[in-house]
Design a protein around this ligand. Sequence first.
Ligand SMILES: Cc1ncc(C[n+]2csc(CCOP(=O)(O)OP(=O)(O)O)c2C)c(N)n1
Ligand SMILES: [Mg+2]
Length: 630
Amino acid sequence: MLRRPPESEADRAMRARAHAIAKAGGIEAALANGSVAKLIDVTLSEALVLGLMKQGVRKYFAIFGHGSTDLGNVLRIYEEEGITRTVNCRNEVEMAHAATALRWQYGELSAVVTSIGPGAMQAFAGSLAAASNGVGVYHIYGDETTYGEGYNMQQVPKEEQGAFGRMTAVLGQSYVLHTPGAVRDALRRGALCVNHPYRAGPFYLLLPLNTQPARLAVNLAALPARPELPKLAPADDTAIDQAAAMIAKAGKVAIKAGGGTRGHDAAVKRLAEAAGAAVVLSPGSTGVLPDAHAQNMHVGGSKGSISGNYAMSEAELLIVIGSRAVCQADCSGIGYKNAQGVININGDLADATHYNKTVALIGDIGAVAGRLAAKLEAAKAGANKSAWLKACADKKKEWADYKAKRYACGPLRDDAWQKPVLTQPAAIKIVADFAKSIDAAKFFDAGDVQANGFQIVEDDRTGDTFTEAGASYMGFAVSALLGAALADKPRYGIAFTGDGSFMMNPQVLIDAVEHKVRGMIVIFDNRRMAAITGLQLAQYQQEFRTGDHVAVDYVRLASAVSGVLALSGGDKADTLRDALKSAQAHDGLSVVHVPVYNGPDELGGLGAWGEWNVGNWVADVQSAWIKQDL
Ligand SMILES: Cc1ncc(C[n+]2csc(CCOP(=O)(O)OP(=O)(O)O)c2C)c(N)n1
Ligand SMILES: [Mg+2]
C-alpha cells in the first residue's frame, strides 16, 4: 500500500477548515458555531472553492492538467472531508455537456474544471450548449501566469494579456482572477450570471497558474450567496388590458411556447384555455402542454408538423411566450404569415420586442400569464374561437394519421445495410414509448434523430425530454447521461443518438461506468450523417461527403468497455423491444444498436413543414421576410 507523505502545514490547516465546515453542515453553520473564523488566510484556489460552496456549488466535473493542479489539491482535500465531489472525465466537451445537463435536468449547479489551453478550449466549445439553452454553469480554466516570465505552454501565443478572458467573454461572462482579492467580485458577478432568471448562461473564471496558490485574506461572511430574486411583472394593467382586448377580438389565436415556458406548464394551459388559442410547441418545450390536450398542435417551425405549422401560418394574432424567436423554431421569421399583431411574454426586453406590432408583457411567465388569463376568463374571451380550434383539431388529426402510417411501416431495404431495416421514425417511436413506460428521461442528439425525435415524442409534462435544440451539438445527448453521476437523485435516462453524434463523444462509455451512471444509449445507425445528406438532396439533389464506407460494429466497440452491456436491437420492432428490456435490466450503462433506413422512400421520414433561410432557399425565404410586417 502506498503510504501518504506527511501533509504540509498549509494542507493541514485547509483540511481542518474543510472538516469543521463538513461537521457543522456548511459555511454559515461553521461560522455560527465558531469552528471556522470569519477572517481567514487562504489560497485563491481554496477561496474559490469556499465561495462557490456558499452559492451551493459542491460538484465538479474535471480534467486536470498543469493549469489546475493547485485547485485540484484543494478539491482533493475537500472531497476527503466530504464536502465537495469531483468526477474525472475523458473529454472536456463531454463534461461541459454533463454539467449543462445536471443543471437543466436536475436544477443542480456545478463547475467544470480544466487545465490551460486545449482543455479550456474544448470545454469552452462545449459551453455553447449552455449558452444556447440559457443554462447556468461555472467554467474554471487554468490561465497564463501574470508575471510574463515567458510564454506559458498552451497559452494563446501572443504578446497580449487575457486572450482567454476575452474569448470567453464573447460567449458568456468572464472574469480573469489576475488579482486574488478580486475573487469576491468575480463570484458576485458569476452568481447573477449562472442564476439569471431568464438569461442564464456559462460564467468563466480564468485562474492564472501563479495566482492559484497566492494567499489572500477572505471574509467568509462576505462571500456572495446565491441571489434571491423576486418575480417581476408589469406594475399596472395597461398592457395586460390591451392584450386581453386583442385576444377577445381575434378569431384565430396561436400561442408559440418557447423553451422559456419549460416548467410553466400550468400557466401555459390556463392561458391557452382562457384565450381559446392553439398552442404550438418548440423543439425544446414539448410536454409544456400535455400531448393529448385538444389545443396542443405539436411542434412548429422549419421542421415542424402539419398541425403546428398550420396554426402558425393561419393565426391572426400571435402570443409568444418564453421564446427568443429562434430561426428554426420560427420558420426563419416567416412562420406567421397572417398575424396582424403580437403579444409577447418574456423577461428579456429584446426578446419581448423582437417582432413589430407587439404588445410586450415583460416579466415572469407565471406571473404575467396568470394575470392575463384572469382577465380573459372574466371576459369569456375564448368563446368566439370554436371554429378556429375545430380547424386546428382537424389538422392535428391529419398529423396523427400521417405519423401513424409511418410508425406502421415495416423494415425497408437499405443500400448500406443490404437488407431491410427499421425506419428511423418507427425505431424512435418504439424507444420513446419504452422510455415513457419506464418513466425514463429522454435525451436527443443532433441530426435526424433530433428532428424526428421532437416530431414523435408525446410528453405530458416538462422534464421528460431534453433536446438540445439551441446549439444542436452532436454528442450532447450521450454526454448528458453523465449529469446523473453527480445528481442527488439520479433518474434513469435514455440517450437517442445517431452514429455520427455518438462518435463525437464515445468517452461517456468509460465515464458512465466509472461514475456508476444507470442509463441507456440507443444508436440509430444509418451509416451516415443523414440530416445533412437530406438537406443536400433537398437543395442540390446531390449528396456530398456526408457518409463513409467504414462499417463499425458498435456492439463490439461498446462491449470492449468493462461494465457496459451492449446489445443489437435487430431489424424488427419485436427484436428492438426485447433488446430495450434486457438493456434496462442491466445495472449500469447499456448500449442498444439499431440499424436504420436511409433512402428515398417517403415512409422513411417525417418530413419538413416550414421554411428555412439556408442554402438555395435563401432567396425565397428572404423575399417573403422582407414583405411581411411583423
Ligand atoms: C458538433 C457538431 N458538428 C456538426 C454539426 C452539424 N450537423 C448537424 S446534424 C449532423 C449529422 C448528424 O448525424 P447522425 O448523428 O448520424 O444523425 P442522423 O442525421 O444520421 O440521424 C451534422 C453534421 C453539429 N450539429 N454538431
Ligand atoms: Mg446517422
